[in-house]
Design a protein around this ligand. Structure first.
Ligand code: IMP
Length: 201
């Protein structure tokens, strides 16, 4: 029987991205929508890893199979690594990102250091409650102006290292190779492959 893996996200885009990356594995990858669960877990951890684990553990009580959950955010060095784990809530949960991004650019007007990074942690929780966690980063800098419509959130003000354009301008194929989430997913896929090869699945 195929190993069942539940992706603990309400974000359809994220779930599809993860399903695609896990395609090589002989797993039954299902999103929350696929199994008809709609929960909103309070992320009250103090780190990305803790929040990812809180989300995954909350789901473990509701369904069978392995659970995969992620947590991510943007760290801006000139702002003491804010917004960090509060990225979704920063400057108001309902404030449009166009406004949030322009407020961030205003805050950085005088900043000499524009370095920043996206961080993503993914937790994989097994049926017996044991777990495996990865934390991955995508280093870069905050642009001088808002640019592009690709991606979401802070993408129009984030320029990844080695590029001169924001994630908002760069094609999704590039982001999907070098982003914090892509790297974390690659680590998960590699770990799951190892488990499958060693017949732990
Ligand atoms: P979550 O991990 O889905 O809770 O995301 C937290 C927040 O971090 C998002 O709402 C965005 O504000 C920000 N964020 C995380 N990943 C990205 C990304 O790839 N691009 C832009 N913003 C991101």
């Amino acid at each position: 029987m195929k190993q069942r893996l539940i992706v603990a996200t309400n974000n359809r885009h994220k779930a599809e991205e993860i399903k695609e990356m896990m395609m090589d594995l002989d797993f039954e990858v299902l999103s929350l929508a696929d199994i008809g669960i709609d929960v909103d877990v309070e992320e009250n951890g103090t780190t990305y890893a803790e929040n990812a684990l809180i989300k995954a553990m909350a789901l473990r009580d509701l369904t069978d199979g392995w659970i995969l959950a992620d947590d991510s955010g943007l760290e801006i060095d000139a702002l003491n690594r804010q917004p960090g784990i509060y990225s979704a809530r920063y400057l108001g949960e309902d404030t449009p990102y166009m406004i949030k991004n322009s407020m961030i650019l205003d805050k950085l007007m005088e900043a000499e250091d524009r370095s920043a990074r996206f961080v993503c942690s993914i937790a994989l929780v097994f049926e017996d409650g044991s777990y495996w966690i990865t934390v991955n980063k995508c280093e870069g800098s905050i642009s001088e102006s808002i640019a592009g419509i690709n991606g979401f959130g802070y993408d129009p003000i984030f320029i990844p290292e080695g590029y001169s354009q924001t994630f908002g301008v760069l094609p999704s194929e590039i982001k999907n190779k070098i982003s914090h989430r892509a790297k974390a997913l690659q680590a998960v896929v590699q770990y799951c492959k190892l488990l499958a090869e060693e017949s732990y699945v």
